[in-house]
Ligand binder design. Structure first.
Ligand code: GTP
Ligand code: MG
Length: 787
């Protein structure tokens, strides 16, 4: 567990306060960058955020960062554990731009935070620990960004100072893991300015080459940087004042820039034409000014043809300013995405996060998609068809708020006073025409995989406990709770998530309770005797009808298990529900206006939540609505579809049971490896791969080709080549990847501590539900009281 020092001295310093009071709301939306840092756990997002804050005008002077703690990880639980739990958004002035910067958690248990941040950003910097390359959750967050169509992205290959860091392998891992077919290197690391030290990668990183601006940056031990323009004459590169002439990087500088321009020109005819007009001599590409390159880079980043790649060391503040410049230059602004920028356009905003504060009450984080929001105004929650009153408006500087009178188009801020709004809701001005009342894309909470009973201390604690759970699930929609057989169950995304939930219920919501034994959540799949689809039998049979409220209502459904390659929707708990024309219905609550198919979908959802055989939620079903009658009132369709669906499931018989599996990445020393592996296999884990910590995912099948991309030669990543030849030692870290049932791993924290003498570390990532064996099925049925 990492420990951090508190930065309270900074908060209390006069400097800090002065800076806070000078914040102004930006009014030029083209200068706003709504962006987030996303990545696998521990890749350095919060450290980079801190570095950005220190180098921006947020905190005026540097020099005190090294004392530890960060501005954005301000919750006690975050400081204690050294991990980010909730995303914090913070407006940062950077040169001409204002970044609304969101630092997100990397731990998959807090995936909801990445989910909602992804919904409101126009750009994401994805970090990679350059020792590890692309990791499981890197791919996880990448999918989340895809799901919400985040238009612009950049990679930051962090931790270049670490022994074993490899720029080259990290870059190749982007291709091998199919993150992007065209990563484009904008900056190169310089391990050392001394040729001898460089070959040993000591001290790790001292400088960067900016291949676009054609500059070289050097950092001294105190973190001060100097920028040297590079010559545009190839001969002059061999006699630089700031780099010894025998430095191994020199012969690679011109080829790296040439390749950047040539690769970019493959996507841009204009640039190709510019390059073709240049004289055919080695130096000619070096003279192309960056102002002639950036517009092409920007355009191709927008079109997702290329993925810009920069690098550095957040902890040493190396590369932070270059990365931020490129965010400003390459990322989309609110005016670049679909919007209505007219000054008098009606207000339209999305609530992307809701939190509770003892003093201020409900705080709703919003992004303004058109118009502007003023304090003390009325708004309409279009998702819930509910009027709301806005009291105050705030800009959040992490935990410190600054009150403002309005939030203009493009802004991200906080609204006080809203009573009913939940994460994902669309809000509009009350007088908005019906056309602009349509709701925007919702935010999808990930599936719960673990639960625990919540036992109130006394009868009088019951209601406060339920209220606390209701409030908590409003701030974190990935927390669900329900009543099963007289017990309150709280469901979450993992063991750590439940631990944090327990703490928050007590500390924030003052509930008195005990948490019972943790249980993983199970699912039931469709039984074997399901009916064939309707085109293979008489169209409407008695099984397609339900008697309800004195009428016979028809709801014809085709039900079968999902097939290989078909993916269920997270909003449907892993099921796929299609309308009559075969289009997936996005969610059971996808619209406030009821139409017959949505009413039927709602009945299907009710039935799926509890199997008639095991009472478990059902998953991995493929359901298509085929036909229905029109009863009066129309709402009878919901009850009818629930009855039809339940009868069909009963007839199909009990299906296989499924339990959640997780991918574990365990890092241990060579001498404890054997014990750790034995323990994993004894607990039902399948070993996936054993590594030495420097993986570029090269064995991953079907990666993107290296052709057409610039992959720097090995000599430009001296740190990793050193480590490879260093031989094994008992202290050498080994990495074990394993797929294991969560039920066997609930106590893995303490088990690993005991097995590894406290030195082992692990992280885990949900790998979905898997069908269990027959003996395990019996065990589960006994556990849930069904056998
Ligand atoms: N050597 C080295 N360590 C770094 C660097 N950046 C971050 N770290 C360390 O890596 C660890 C994780 O850093 P964080 O900034 O908390 O990582 P994070 O991505 O915010 O982690 P989560 O929020 O928990 O996902 C800390 O111990 C940092 O000191 C870096 O550039 N070099
Ligand atoms: Mg963090």
């Amino acid at each position: 567990m990492r420990r951090r020092l508190c930065l309270s001295f900074l908060r209390n310093s006069p400097n800090y306060c002065r800076k806070l009071s000078t914040k102004v709301v930006p009014h030029d939306p083209s200068k706003i960058r709504n962006m987030a840092l996303v990545a696998h756990i521990d890749s350095g997002k919060t450290t980079l955020t801190e570095s950005i804050l220190l180098q921006s005008s947020y905190l005026s002077t540097s020099g005190s960062v090294d004392t530890g703690s960060t501005i954005t990880d301000f919750l006690p639980a975050e400081r204690e554990r050294g991990i980010t739990i909730q995303s914090a958004s913070i407006p940062v002035k950077w040169k001409d731009w204002t970044f609304n910067l969101i630092d997100t958690p990397g731990h998959a248990d807090f995936g909801m935070e990445v989910e909602s941040a992804s919904r409101v950003i126009d750009g994401a910097v994805v970090l990679i620990d350059s020792v590890e390359g692309v990791e499981a959750q890197t791919k996880g967050v990448w999918k989340q960004l895809d799901r919400y169509g985040v238009p612009t992205r950049m990679m930051f290959l962090n931790k270049q100072d670490r022994p074993g860091a490899s720029f080259r392998s990290s870059l190749r891992s982007l291709l091998n893991n199919r993150l992007h077919p065209h990563p484009m290197v904008l900056t190169l690391p310089i391990a050392s300015f001394e040729p001898q030290d460089y070959l040993h990668a000591e001290p790790g990183i001292q400088g960067l080459v900016d291949l676009v601006k054609w500059e070289l940056w050097r950092w001294d031990q105190d973190g001060n940087s100097t920028c040297y323009p590079l010559p545009t004459d190839a001969k002059a590169l061999e006699a630089l004042k700031f780099l010894p002439s025998n430095h191994p990087i020199i012969p690679h500088l011109a080829p790296a820039r040439t390749q950047l321009l040539e690769n970019l020109s493959m996507f841009s005819e204009d640039l190709m034409e510019t390059l073709l007009t240049l004289p055919s001599e080695p130096s000619s590409y070096l003279g192309v000014h960056h102002s002639d390159i950036i517009p092409h880079l920007r355009k191709k980043t927008f079109e997702n043809k290329i993925l810009p790649v920069v690098c550095g060391s957040a902890i040493k503040h190396i590369g932070t300013s270059l990365a931020m410049d490129y965010v400003g230059e390459l990322f989309a602004s609110p005016v670049d995405v679909l919007h209505d920028p007219a000054k008098n356009a009606p207000l339209r905003m999305l609530a992307w996060k809701v939190s509770w504060d003892q003093k201020r009450g409900w705080m709703t984080y919003v992004r303004i998609y058109s118009g502007k929001l003023t304090r003390q105004s009325a708004v309409l929650n279009a998702t819930r068809n509910q009027k709301e009153k806005v009291s105050k408006l705030l800009l959040m500087y992490a935990s410190d708020p600054v009150e403002v009178d309005e939030l203009p188009f493009g802004a991200v801020g906080v609204v006080l006073g809203l009573k009913f709004t939940r994460t994902g809701d669309t809000l509009v001005s009350p007088g908005a025409p019906p056309s602009s009342r349509t709701v925007m894309q919702d935010i999808i909470p990930p599936k719960a995989v673990i639960s625990a009973s919540v036992i109130p201390h006394s009868h009088s604690d019951l209601e406060p406990v339920q209220n606390a759970l209701e409030s908590l699930s409003r701030t974190d929609p990935s927390v669900r709770y329900d009543l099963q057989e007289g017990q309150i169950l709280v469901h979450g995304l993992g063991a750590l998530h439940l631990e944090i939930v327990e703490g928050r219920l007590r500390d924030e919501f003052h509930a008195n309770f005990e948490l019972g034994k943790r249980r993983v959540s199970y699912r039931e799949a469709l039984g074997p005797n399901y009916d064939p689809p309707h085109f293979e039998r008489p169209f409407i049979s008695k099984d397609d009808r339900a008697d309800i409220a004195g009428s016979s209502v028809t709801v014809a459904l085709d039900i079968r298990p999902l097939q290989e390659g078909e993916e269920g929707s997270p909003l449907w708990d892993g099921n796929l529900v299609l309308d009559k024309s075969g289009i997936p219905i996005s969610s059971p609550e996808s619209s406030s206006t009821a139409n017959p198919e949505l009413l039927i979908a709602s009945g299907i959802a009710t039935t799926l939540s509890s199997s008639p055989h095991s009472s478990l939620p059902m998953s991995h079903l493929h359901i298509q609505i085929r036909e229905w009658s029109i009863p009066s009132p129309l709402s009878l369709l919901t009850g009818a579809s629930a009855i039809v669906m339940r009868n069909r499931l009963r007839k199909a018989g009990m299906g296989p049971l499924m339990e959640p599996y997780f991918l574990f990445k365990v890092s241990v020393t060579e001498d404890t490896l054997g014990k750790v592996v034995k323990d994993l296999t004894e607990h039902g884990a399948e070993l996936q791969e054993l590594g030495d910590g420097i993986s570029d995912g090269a064995d991953e099948v079907g990666g993107y080709s290296e052709e057409g991309n610039y992959i720097p030669p090995d000599i430009l990543s001296p740190s990793s080549s050193n480590l490879n030849s260093a031989g094994r030692s008992p202290e050498l870290k080994r990495i074990v990847h394993a797929l294991a049932p969560l039920s066997q791993m609930l106590d893995y924290n303490s088990r690993l501590r005991a097995l590894s003498g406290g030195h082992g570390q692990f992280n885990m990532l949900s790998a979905g539900f898997r069908v269990v064996t027959e003996p395990r099925k019996m065990e589960i049925l006994r556990e849930i009281g069904r056998a």
